[in-house]
Design a protein around this ligand. Structure first.
Ligand code: GDP
Ligand code: MG
Length: 712
């Protein structure tokens, strides 16, 4: 057989559609492997996954993985993407054809959206996924009958084993060559009134067919491609035709079910459910009111331990690698600003980015494993009621818990929360949970606040104080969530889909691709911002007005000579004087009046500024300022700080009031540029990282102010 070979200008675009959890991503991964990239749907924060497939007949096909959807009546922003892309033939994401993935073991539910897609008139293939499960359960599916009834090609598939992928590619090729396109026959019979309305709307939306026009009538209020004038026209039309959207929606849905339910019955035989009963047995325990949450915390404890202990080794390696290569560059290149920029600015910045990879990779490895197995849906279900009370989502619990290791992977894990408002609130409050970077700061400061004493014969007072700081973070996070719940507006309805998938062994390909995607987006997208900020911070801390820097150096050298210091001590003295004379030092002095009421002097001011790179930098900066040099030991820094006296009053600077105030500041303040960079990436705007920075800094400032003023 012959067909015309036309030069392909635009790649043939195929949409991958289906209900949530139908196995869409698995099939996407099977079809595209690593030929994936992540884009963006216009105007929203939903990721668009694109993949390329090359078919036997040299056709390049572009695949778009759309968010999972139950029907064209969306309940979340993710689902709206599907409607807005498909109701408008001129949308940039309007595909040339679609592959509809249905979970064959749940056909009675999954065909609703398919029949709606049929009415769009797109060339369509039905892929019956999870055929391996169906087979195990002794379920026979008659694809031929289904194909005849639905009038589209039907392929049996397994996203797990790869069974049927070649058959699917073959059908896709047929579609590309235009051999399989059958004329649309509407599944839904419009009422006379709906028909008149839809005909009228067709004149307003160019290229729309009758069903698309009806969808526009249902969703015109939010559909982004309509102008205000068009909205007004449509709203008038709806009024004149007496269109009742809810009634129409119910009618349509009922009619569709009535049509396809017999088809499903006809093509399925012998349903016996073995895995379902295993799932039910497991769920008695895992979703039990008391045992469920306890087991969940045990699981999370393990995850959390893994991040802490396993990640420590590769993190050390990465840090050592960058320390060694920094020294190597320093000894190879001639001394000068360029070498400094390369080592202290860029290499340090790069190290600061890459050091997060182990935590991100481990967290996502474990979380997507739990997701794959089917457990995460249970966890979300267990905590949903509680979390909803704070404006959060059952799935937020994972982010909140894992951010006690690090907020960055935690924020990236909120991608599974489909309600935008709940996801945003989770992102905004997550960094309030004390992360591991706060530990060194707490260690240095806690000694100034509480003595190391055993109370009640068992607890160390400092340990209790540590726990108190963590609790404070948790309470602050929940209360802030509550405030955001009241402030932020949304049109999305919030409810959890209580469809719990069956437990099944994980597909490693999916797990590893998730890890890869998370690491890659962090390094490329957040990494660039982190790099830029670290170079700026480096400039601030190592440069100053040239005269002042020179003077500081001379003074330090003179002083060192007078005191007969050795070489390292002299270098430390110079570093201390120079950071004081640097722009960061100047900034520290500039902000001193603002932080004076919190009990902070300009030295702490410098540390606050440099801590913006990462909180643990506090200890290093303090070491430089007090000319200690190396910071092998937090306790050296602490001893030095303990000796600091106020030149006027002669009292210790780090008394109870200042230390407690500083501690609180570090509990609440947003001092992590990497987190802000990730928030920018996840919310796709600078607005939310800014909001987060301001509210957390405000919280930190006010609480420190209150404590210092009360105690001093
Ligand atoms: P999505 O939500 O539609 O993207 O679905 P996923 O691809 O994430 O799959 C949901 C779950 O079903 C995962 O645990 C997959 O491992 C599993 N899964 C996907 N396809 C198959 C399949 O064909 N057979 C089996 N047994 N499991 C599958
Ligand atoms: Mg998916």
């Amino acid at each position: 057989m012959e067909h015309e070979t036309q030069p392909i200008t635009q790649p043939f675009t195929v949409a991958l559609l289906g209900n949530p959890n139908c196995g869409k991503s698995s099939v996407f991964n099977q079809l595209t492997g690593l030929r994936q990239k992540v884009g963006n749907f216009p105007g929203v924060t939903v990721d668009k996954k694109l993949g390329m497939i090359r078919l036997p007949g040299r056709h390049a096909v572009q695949l778009i993985d759309f968010p999972g959807t139950y029907s064209f009546y969306p309940t979340s922003i993710d689902e709206r993407i599907v409607v807005q892309s498909l109701a408008n033939p001129s949308d940039e994401n309007y595909p040339d054809a679609a592959v509809y993935i249905a979970d064959v073991t749940k056909l009675e539910k999954h065909l609703l959206l398919l029949t709606q897609l049929r009415d769009l008139g797109l060339p369509l293939i039905l892929a019956l996924n999870m055929s391996d499960v169906a087979e195990k359960e002794g379920m026979e599916v008659d694809a031929y009958t289904l194909s005849r009834r639905l009038e589209i090609p039907v392929v049996k598939l397994s996203g797990r084993t790869g069974f049927g992928i070649e058959a699917l590619k073959y059908e896709l090729q047929q579609l590309c060559e235009g051999r399989e396109h059958r004329a649309p026959s509407l599944f839904y019979e419009f009422s006379a009134q709906e028909k008149r309305l839809a005909e009228a709307i067709k004149d307003i939306v160019p290229g729309a067919n009758l069903y698309q026009a009806l969808l526009v009538a249902h969703h015109y209020v939010w559909l982004p491609f309509l102008s205000e004038a068009q909205r007004k026209l449509i709203s008038d039309l709806i009024a004149t035709h007496g269109f009742q959207p809810l009634r129409s929606q119910v009618n349509e849905t009922m009619q569709r079910y009535d049509k396809f339910t017999p088809m499903v019955r006809m093509s399925l035989r012998n349903v016996r459910s073995a895995t379902r009963s295993i799932t039910e047995k497991l769920d008695v325990l895992l979703t039990h009111q008391v045992a469920g949450p306890i087991l969940f915390f045990v699981v999370m404890l393990l995850v959390f331990q893994a991040i802490f202990t396993w990640a420590a080794y590769p993190m050390d390696l990465i840090e050592q690698f960058f320390a060694v290569s920094g020294e190597w560059v320093r000894s190879t290149l001639p001394a000068g600003w360029f070498t400094d920029l390369l080592t202290d600015g860029m290499l340090a910045g790069l190290g600061g980015i890459l050091v997060f990879i182990p935590q991100i990779a481990i967290l996502f490895f474990l979380i997507s494993l739990l997701e794959e197995v089917g457990y995460m849906a249970r966890a979300a279900y267990l905590f949903d009621r509680l979390m909803q009370a704070f404006g959060l989502n059952g799935r937020s619990i994972v982010a909140l818990i894992s951010s006690s290791a690090c907020a960055i992977p935690a924020i990236m894990s909120t991608r599974t929360i489909s309600n935008w408002k709940e996801r945003l609130i989770t992102i905004l409050v997550t960094p309030l949970i004390s992360c591991s970077a706060r530990i060194p700061v707490y260690t240095v400061l806690i000694g100034f606040v509480v003595p190391s004493r055993v109370v009640a014969g068992l607890f160390n007072l400092q340990g209790l104080a540590f726990m108190g700081l963590y609790l404070l973070g948790i309470i602050a996070a929940l209360l802030s969530a509550l405030v955001f719940k009241l402030i932020l507006r949304t049109q999305e309805r919030s409810f959890l889909m209580l469809e719990l998938p069956e437990y099944r062994p994980p597909v490693m390909r999916n797990v590893l691709l998730t890890v890869w995607e998370k690491v890659r987006t962090f390094v490329w997208e957040a990494g660039r911002i982190i790099m830029a900020i670290s170079v700026v911070l480096w400039v601030l801390a190592s440069y100053g007005p040239p005269m002042a820097m020179q003077e500081a150096k001379q003074e330090a050298l003179a002083l060192a000579q007078e005191r007969e210091l050795d070489e390292t001590e002299t270098a430390n003295m110079v570093a201390a004087r120079q950071i004081e004379a640097s722009y960061a030092g100047h900034l520290g002095k500039v902000i001193e009046p603002a932080i004076r009421p919190l009990g902070f002097d300009w030295k702490i001011g410098i540390a606050l500024i440099t801590s913006f790179a990462a909180r643990e930098v506090f200890v290093g900066t303090m070491a430089t300022i007090y000319s200690i040099g190396s910071v092998d030991d937090e306790y050296t820094v602490r001893d030095k700080m303990a000796q600091e006296r106020d030149p006027v009053t002669g009292k210790p600077i780090y008394g109870l009031a200042t230390s407690l105030s500083l501690l609180l500041f570090y509990v609440f303040a947003m001092q992590c540029m990497s987190t802000l960079a990730v928030v920018k990436r996840e919310t796709k705007s600078w607005k939310w990282p800014l909001v987060q920075f301001l509210y957390m800094s405000g919280l930190a400032y006010l609480s420190s102010l209150l404590v210092y003023q009360l105690l001093s």
